[in-house]
Ligand binder design. Structure first.
Ligand code: HEM
Length: 147
């Protein structure tokens, strides 16, 4: 219950500004794994990672990711209702060439974004609460690879 309060409390302000926070997250992700930008097929003729990060299709994906996080935060009490959606989402990512190993870097980038945005509010219990929720989401998405 404490976890849920921490997550909801921190998402309240972040969730109102999805795109800029998502851009911080993906900038970090592309630093951690420079091979990932090329998986966005519409990025193939980007001159630099910076160009990619500002392309409209890419910003749409950022919005999609933030909306999935938003849905998870809204369904903290019944995350299992997202199971089928997340399994299918995993399947789509397998199809575009994402590997499940990349989710570790995505998780790190999510924490990085939270740390940047929350400053003093980024505490060990808060970090753990987010990690717990993220691992449930990733586990559900990863099931999309098995089948
Ligand atoms: C779709 C790449 C992580 C949510 C896509 C697409 C690509 C992609 C190439 C299809 C084109 C598009 O819709 O823009 C990646 C890569 C990731 C990543 C490289 C990091 C390794 C995530 C995460 C989430 C997410 C963590 C949410 C938790 C979505 C959604 C769609 C999508 C909702 C649309 C699926 C649909 O069309 O039904 N992703 N993605 N992605 N991604 Fe990701």
């Amino acid at each position: 219950e404490k976890d849920k309060e921490l997550i909801r409390g921190s998402w309240e302000s972040l969730g109102k500004n999805k795109v800029p926070h998502g851009v911080i997250m993906f900038s970090r992700l592309f630093e951690l794994d420079p091979a990932l930008p090329s998986l966005f097929h519409y990025n193939t003729n980007c001159g630099s990672t910076q160009d990619c990060l500002s392309s409209p299709e890419f910003l749409e994906h950022v919005t999609k990711v933030m909306l999935v996080i938003d849905a998870a935060v809204s369904h903290l009490d019944d995350l299992h209702t997202l199971e089928d959606f997340l399994l299918n989402l995993g399947r789509k990512h397998q199809a575009v060439g994402v590997s499940t190993q990349s989710f570790a870097a995505v998780g790190e980038s999510l924490l990085y974004m939270l740390q940047c945005s929350l400053g003093q509010g980024y505490t060990a219990p808060l970090r753990q609460a987010w990690l717990n929720m993220y691992s449930i989401v990733v586990a559900a998405m990863s099931r999309g690879w098995a089948k």
